[in-house]
Design a protein around this ligand. Structure first.
Ligand SMILES: [Zn+2]
Length: 415
């Protein structure tokens, strides 16, 4: 590689003959893969990890998450939560992630310090939240965020209307206009629960996908998270609108949201990436290797057919599909000359990695986050020999424990 880019990929002897590198990094017992792409997360919620498990989505949101957020989410909370999340993501092989939360400029600051790539969506939601009193305030914050990170080599600012059921038609359309004006992505939760679909049918007489399409919300780069309760007509619409899908298997299982029809979606020509969601309760970690493994297995049990989503497809979902979902196919997602050098070394000499008959099977079904040894973003090492290069783990963990005490205290106080 040269600077941030990959110059060539090939057999070692050929590469050594053709190129004289200034520096050589030898990793003889390793598998080199593209940096993994997490297409859906709420990174500062790492500080609320496991705050309320084993609940229904609406109960979990309304009884636990929204109150905990109302009392605790500040700029500092978002900064340190992002630091914790970035530490976990990089140590388990993620180089790019998409986020939907508040104070995204703080999330961007922390992500840059960590050295990771982020598609960061400022949340727009129909009630007062930590960083804004109204959706209009949030939209103004988003525009300022777009301007602040107009030309950044790591951060792609985005707008993230939380969902259809938490925003009005007018707000959603304002989000789309703003995203298109600045040529930025729009991130949104779509058809996550059956209840969401039933409510929207009751209100609009159509599915969330059809309603959002009619309102023009998909007319521009869109990343739709979950997309579980969709029928064939919805899938056809999503294909026509080129909507990218963020499939979150852990979250869908843990909240019992349902089986996302990912095999149908892929067959129809949609790009389907993998996301962790969470980690406050919908999933308690940010390990993308685990999500690939679960994406493959969940599709198999849904279809009662082990052939429907093979290991290679699962790896493609977490790499090339993920890049396409985020509108970054020309830059990341594969190890090719001309692309940015976002890459991950997995050790191939740990007990769970030997023997290896098929590299795809090894990576998706046998590898663990702990097998990640080295991670590069833009050609720069962010993890070296299983240690973060730019982040101080001890300091971040101490902050996270401090926030745990604050959160517990805040929830014990009556309002
Ligand atoms: Zn989510």
């Amino acid at each position: 590689m040269e600077g941030a880019k990959i110059v060539a990929v090939g057999p070692r002897l050929e590469m050594e003959r053709e190129y004289k590198g200034a520096r050589k990094v030898a990793r003889p017992n390793s598998i080199l893969i593209p940096g993994l792409i997490n297409t859906h997360a709420h990174i500062p919620m790492s500080l609320l990890r496991g705050i309320a498990d084993d609940k229904r989505l609406q109960d979990w949101l309304e009884s636990y998450i929204f109150p905990a957020e109302a009392r605790n989410v500040t700029k500092e909370f978002c900064y340190w939560g992002t630091m914790l999340g970035c530490l976990e993501m990089m140590l388990s092989g993620t180089t790019t992630y998409a986020d939907m939360y508040y104070f995204e400029e703080e999330i961007a600051r922390a992500t840059k310090e960590a050295g990771l790539r982020g598609v960061l969506g400022q949340t727009i939601i129909g009630f007062p939240v930590a960083d804004a009193k109204t959706p209009a305030d949030s939209l103004a914050r988003t525009e300022a965020f777009f301007k602040q990170f107009a030309n950044d080599d790591l951060i792609t600012p985005a707008v993230a209307p939380h969902a259809m059921y938490t925003n009005t038609k007018e707000t959603l359309q304002a989000c789309r206009r703003l995203a298109n004006q600045y040529k930025r992505p729009l991130l949104i939760h779509v058809s996550e629960t059956k209840r969401e679909n039933d409510d929207m049918f009751g209100k609009h007489g159509k599915s969330p996908v059809q309603t959002l399409a009619d309102w023009g919300i998909f007319d521009g780069l869109t990343v739709a998270a979950h997309v579980i309760w969709v029928d064939d007509k919805d899938i056809t619409t999503l294909v026509a609108k080129r909507v990218g899908i963020a499939h979150c298997p852990s979250s869908n299982m843990k909240l019992a949201s349902g089986f996302a029809p990912v095999v149908k979606q892929l067959a129809a020509g949609l790009h389907v990436g993998v996301g962790t969601d969470g980690p406050a309760g919908s999933n308690n970690d940010f390990h993308l290797i685990e999500e690939m493994d679960l994406a493959a297995k969940l599709a198999k049990i849904h279809a009662m057919d082990p052939e429907v989503l093979p290991a290679r497809t699962a790896l493609e979902m977490a790499t090339v599909h993920g890049a396409a979902v985020l509108g970054m196919s020309d830059k990341i997602g594969s190890l090719e000359a001309g692309k940015l050098a976002d890459m991950v070394f997995l050790r191939s000499d740990s007990s769970n990695m030997v023997p290896s008959f098929d590299p795809y099977s090894t990576i998706v079904y046998a590898a663990k986050g702990a097998d990640v040894t080295d991670v590069y973003v833009n050609g720069e090492a962010v993890v070296s020999s299983s240690r973060p290069v730019k982040l101080q783990s001890a300091k971040i963990l101490a902050q996270a424990r401090g926030y745990q005490q604050k959160v517990v205290l805040s929830l014990s106080q009556k309002r």
